[in-house]
Each structure stands twice: as C-alpha cells, then as structure tokens.
Write a protein that binds this ligand. Structure first.
Ligand code: PHE
Length: 381
C-alpha cells in the first residue's frame, strides 16, 4: 500500500470513529438533554452552586417519577466562572455541540443578557431562575424568567427605607459595569424621591475592586442616613468592613445580590449587623412547600438553601412541565407552553408568566442579625 493510501485509510478510520461517537451521543433516545450555565466558580460562585443544587433536585425528582415524555432528563452544566465574557462560548457549546433542547441560566443579569441572544437566535428556550434586570427577557420571545424584576425590587426597597428604616437621605454605591446594579440604581433613583426620599450622593465601583475608601469617604462627607448598595455579596462584604473602618455608622441596605452565606464572612458579620436586603424567598417562611424543600436540600447537600436554589428548582420544574405539555422537544413548542404558564404552584409561590415573559411575585426583606438573615417583612407587588 502506498503511503498516500495508508494515510487516506487512517483518515477514514478517524472520521468514522468520530462519526459513530457523535451519533451515539445524539441518538440516545432515552434522554432529553437540558443545558445549564452557571457561575460555579469565581466571584459569585455561591450563585451558581446554589442554583445548580436546586435544579439537580428538580431533575432527580422528575426522573425518579418517570421522567418526561417517557425519557429521563439529562442535565449538562457548564461553568461561566462568574465571567460575562465566558458566556457566549459556553452557551454556544450547549446548543451546538451538546444539542440541548432548552437552557436554564444564569443568575447574574449581565451574564443572562450575554446568553439570551444566542438562545433566541437558535430558538432554544431559556429560563433564568433569578436574573431581575428587565432587559433580559426583552431580548426575545424564547427568553423567560420565574422571578420578579428590578423596577419592583427598587420600589420594595424605597418603601422599606421610608416606612420601616425611617430614612430619607440616602447615598448610592453602584457597581458601574454590572447591568443589574446600574439598572436597579436607576430604578431606585426614579422611585425613592417620588416617595419623599432624597438621594444625596452617588458613588461608583467596579466588581473586584478591593479598596472602596475613596468612595466611602465622599459618601461620609454628605452624612447620609443610610447607603443603598445594589451589588453582589463579594464586593458588599468588603464595602461594609471598610465603611465601618472609616467611621460610617449608618445602616446599609441592598438587594437580592447580597444573598450568600459569604456576605457576612469575617469582619463583615459585625459591619453588617442591622443592615437589610430584599430577596425572593425566606427560609423562615412556614409554608410546607418551602419547609419540605429545605429538608430535602439539607439532607442532600448538608446546607441551607437560598433564594437561587428555590428559584432554580421552580425553573426546572416549570420547564419539564412545559416539555410534557408540548408533547415534544421542539424549541417553538416548548416556548409556546412556557408562555402559557398560569398559576403554576411553585415552591416560591404562584407563578404566572406574563406577556413580557416575567413572573409577578412578592419580595421579602431580610435583616442581618448576628451574621444570619432574619425575615423582616413581605412586600406584595
Ligand atoms: N437578581 C440578581 C441579578 O439579576 C441575581 C440574584 C438573584 C442574586 C437572587 C442573588 C439572589 O443579577
């Protein structure tokens, strides 16, 4: 055999092996592939870990009760490393290589905004469990969420500041490259003054900064009664510590991005005592659905679930139900069923997807006491 022929047959062999391998992957007729993109590592790692854990419970429960359309759900999870620039590659891989039929993700709004256009273009339905920035679902008719949006969250914290904290002069500290943070700050700037509040100072930071003293010093000079920080827990932890170091004693308050057991780590435990944040669910909620979920979650993972775990469980269950109702895994058929979700009894409450593909739900305000999050009040839409 000539060298050329040998090379040619070698090439054929590799080609056919690859072909057999890839067709095996695609022709597993007993599985429905669902994708998940999540920040499993990096600065918001607890967001991804919690949402993944919650979603896995939904997958396992669904599979053990017979699966969907007679098949088992297979979840393929990819890590965004808490980096927005990683998202396009991850989501493209889920769609083009893994051939998932739908996608759950992300938690952080900026990352959901990076993944959504790819899902929309490929006509693959995407449900974000926890992204609250309004623009996420505006990307297109394949993009859904099972949580409230930030104009509401800003109203909740404005009301809470005026009525419960009894503060009127508030300073803002905003993560300037984070769509969630800037969006929520803009909403707050609209609502809070209309309720009689006044924004006396605004300072900016960038996620990952380590020194916030310059901004905090400018804020201190204005003598605010409270500081609103719509950011994520890793930065808020440092901000709180440094605020106390420079002698700022007023309460801090924020939003769902604060929710992580890491928020109050180290010196932030004392620094955040008596501060407040809004979120989606409280583990103190006595509803049997919530308490049951907490029990299952603790048994499996040995820790307490947070908002993202609850919401991802609901996102998963709603998706699997939509696939059942569609009777098919075609993107447009799943999408049509998601758009019709009405009064779905989730563990986080009744979920109706409105015409903008958002859910309308109450928010809870938590108080930080002794490093723990204690339920304070519920604010209805
Ligand atoms: N709402 C946040 C965002 O849109 C994400 C988040 C939800 C964080 C729930 C914590 C808890 O970026």
């Amino acid at each position: 055999m000539t060298n050329i022929l040998r090379k040619f047959f070698g090439f054929l062999l590799i080609l056919s092996a690859g072909f057999i391998f890839s067709s095996c992957k695609e022709t597993n007729k007993n599985e429905i592939l669902v994708g998940e993109y999540a920040s499993l590592t990096g600065s918001e790692a607890t967001f991804g870990q919690s949402s993944h854990n919650g979603l896995m419970l939904a997958v396992e429960e669904t599979n053990s009760s017979g699966g969907v359309l007679g098949k088992q759900i297979k979840l393929i999870t990819d890590d965004t490393q808490s980096k927005t620039q990683e998202v396009p590659t991850v989501v493209q891989k889920l769609i083009n290589r893994d051939k998932v039929v739908a996608i759950i993700g992300e938690v952080a709004s900026s990352r959901s905004k990076a993944g959504a256009p790819i899902c929309q273009q490929a006509k693959i339905p995407m449900i974000t469990p926890a992204s609250t920035n309004p623009e996420v679902t505006m990307i297109g008719d394949y993009i859904f969420r099972v949580c409230f949006i930030d104009p509401f969250q800003a109203t909740v914290m404005s009301k809470f500041a005026i009525n419960s904290m009894k503060v009127k002069k508030v300073a803002l500290l905003v993560d300037q490259k984070n769509a969630y943070s800037t969006g929520l700050a803009d909403n707050f700037k609209n609502v809070f003054p209309s309720m009689g509040g006044e924004i006396i100072e605004e300072q900016k930071y960038s996620a990952g900064d380590k020194d916030f003293k310059a901004q905090l010093t400018s804020i201190k000079a204005k003598n605010p009664e409270a500081i609103f920080i719509p950011g994520y827990y890793t930065d808020v932890n440092l901000i709180a510590i440094q605020a106390r170091e420079i002698g700022l004693t007023c309460p801090l308050f924020g939003s769902d991005g604060w929710e992580s057991e890491k928020l109050t780590e180290g010196k932030a435990k004392d620094a955040l005592e008596g501060s407040f944040f809004s979120t989606h669910v409280s583990a103190d909620d006595p509803s049997p659905a919530i308490q049951n979920f907490i029990k299952k979650y603790k048994e499996k993972y040995g820790s307490q679930p947070d908002a993202m775990a609850f919401l991802s469980y609901d996102a998963g269950m709603i998706l699997f139900d939509a696939i059942k109702k569609a009777g098919d895994t075609k993107g447009d058929m799943i999408r049509d069923q998601l758009a019709k979700v009405k009064d779905y009894q989730g563990i986080t409450g009744l979920i109706t997807i409105n015409k903008d593909r958002n859910a309308i739900k109450p928010a809870v305000v938590m108080e930080i006491k002794d490093g723990k999050f204690v339920y304070k009040e519920t604010i209805a839409p």
